[in-house]
Design a protein around this ligand. Structure first.
Ligand SMILES: O=C(CO)[C@H](O)[C@H](O)COP(=O)(O)O
Length: 406
């Protein structure tokens, strides 16, 4: 077992047939014939050694499954000697079994470090989770972001200096080992006919989530009647708490009014509003093109339509496919918003995000969104939203991630 903390980079002196000789004066002293050594994330067996180098076996299977298919003399490699019981586990548990070879597609300077984008084979993308560790050429780093076909890592200056990651360039191939925990979960999921995404999204998880698994978690939460925080850094710089209309309980509406504190509104797919005869409010619209429609109340209600229970009942009826125009009084106290037909592909607003989440949750395309406002009356920023999401046990997802994955 290894940790992904590289103590020495070695240089390949010779690679021929089933063996490789590596110059490694620091590591050679603590190796022994028949023991293990991790070379660029690949666990190899030491054949023989002297005080400045060692020779290890590279089987045909290892060559097929790693970058050892092309390794040559002169190449700098990351080395790690095996973990001993009682050693500091400063990194994460690395087995030295390569899951896949990825290709570096982009390297950008980021602060004093580097952001490296890697395209792995599709089959391991589902094992990658933002903020979880991964071994890249045997180095323990954190997955920063997972997109549809790639993920990124940030290589800090200290890591760039101490390992061969500092010289990575587009086109380079790297050995990848996904986090042991993610792989075990994936295996368990596969046994049950489900993949890792389904297992991860089933976990109780609050705060910022990202990538496909994060969006899956948000959809699942909404489908179960829970709330999701959607952060929009680009247009409004605001976070909205979103619920599905069909699952809306009076207590959720009370929560929006008393804890979330913004202006609750009800995003609807355009066909719902057309069917219910709910028209847009004439005018130039607000600064961001939010499409407010004539507010409504449930005609069968007996109060003013303002209580949390009555407002929730109005929303649930709007989400009911059997609802008809006569079910609603105009004007009322629930403000519908008209989503664009193309949803997030057409407009990146909370209106479209709410409807898209409901659709992904296989629910009628009607939801509630309410801006998160601090109790001093200012609008919540990213840090406020994250704190609130954790406190309320809700996932927080970026609008851009919803656009990418829904
Ligand atoms: O005005 C609003 C409804 O209370 C909000 O800003 C809400 O976020 C929906 O608007 P948009 O689709 O423009 O993001």
């Amino acid at each position: 077992m290894f940790t992904g903390r590289i103590r020495e980079t070695g240089v390949v002196e010779e690679a021929a047939g089933e063996s490789v000789r590596i110059i490694a004066p620091k590591s050679a002293g603590s190796l022994e014939p028949g023991g293990s050594v991790c070379v660029n994330g690949v666990r190899l067996t030491v054949r023989d050694l002297d005080d400045r180098s060692f020779r290890a076996t590279v089987t045909a299977e290892t060559r097929r499954r790693s970058t050892f298919d092309t390794v040559d003399g002169g190449v700098r490699v990351n080395l790690e000697t095996p973990l001993r019981l009682g050693d500091v586990l400063d990194g994460h548990l690395v087995q030295g079994y390569v899951d896949a070879v990825g290709k570096v597609v982009r390297v950008d300077a980021e602060g004093s470090g580097l952001r490296v984008w890697i395209r792995p084979p599709e089959r391991i993308l589902g094992h990658l989770v933002g903020k979880a560790p991964i071994a890249v050429d045997g180095v323990s780093v954190t997955v920063a972001e997972v997109l549809r076909d790639r993920f990124s890592i940030v290589v800090l200056p200290v890591t760039a200096a101490a390992t061969a990651l500092g010289t990575l360039a587009p086109g380079d191939r790297v050995n990848l080992e996904a986090d042991l925990v993610a792989r075990l979960v994936a295996r368990r999921g596969a046994a049950g006919g489900r993949d890792v995404e389904a297992v991860v999204t089933g976990l109780h998880w609050a705060g910022h989530v990202s990538g496909r698994a994060g969006v899956g978690k948000a959809v699942r939460q909404l489908a179960a009647g829970g709330g999701v925080v959607v952060w929009d850094p680009a247009t409004e710089g605001e976070a909205d708490v979103v619920f599905a209309g069909a699952r809306l309980k009076p207590d959720a509406f009370r929560f929006l009014l008393t804890a979330v504190c913004g202006l609750p509104a009800v995003p609807c797919a355009p066909e719902v509003l057309d069917r219910l005869g709910i028209d847009p409010i004439p005018g130039d619209g607000d600064r961001h093109g939010t499409a407010f429609c004539v507010p409504v109340d449930l005609a069968s209600a007996e109060g003013t339509g303002v209580s949390a229970a009555e407002r929730a009942a109005t929303v649930r009826r709007m989400a009911d496919p059997a609802a008809v125009p006569g079910d609603f009084l105009r004007p009322g106290h629930i403000s519908p918003l008209r989503a664009r037909a193309g949803l997030l592909a057409e407009r990146q607003g909370h209106t479209e995000a709410t409807v898209a989440l409901c659709v992904a949750a296989v629910l009628p395309p009607v939801g509630v969104c309410c801006e998160l406002m601090n109790h001093d009356g200012t609008m919540a920023g990213a840090a406020d939203a994250e704190v609130a999401a954790v406190r309320w046990g809700m996932p927080l997802v970026d609008l851009a991630d919803l656009r990418e994955w829904l």
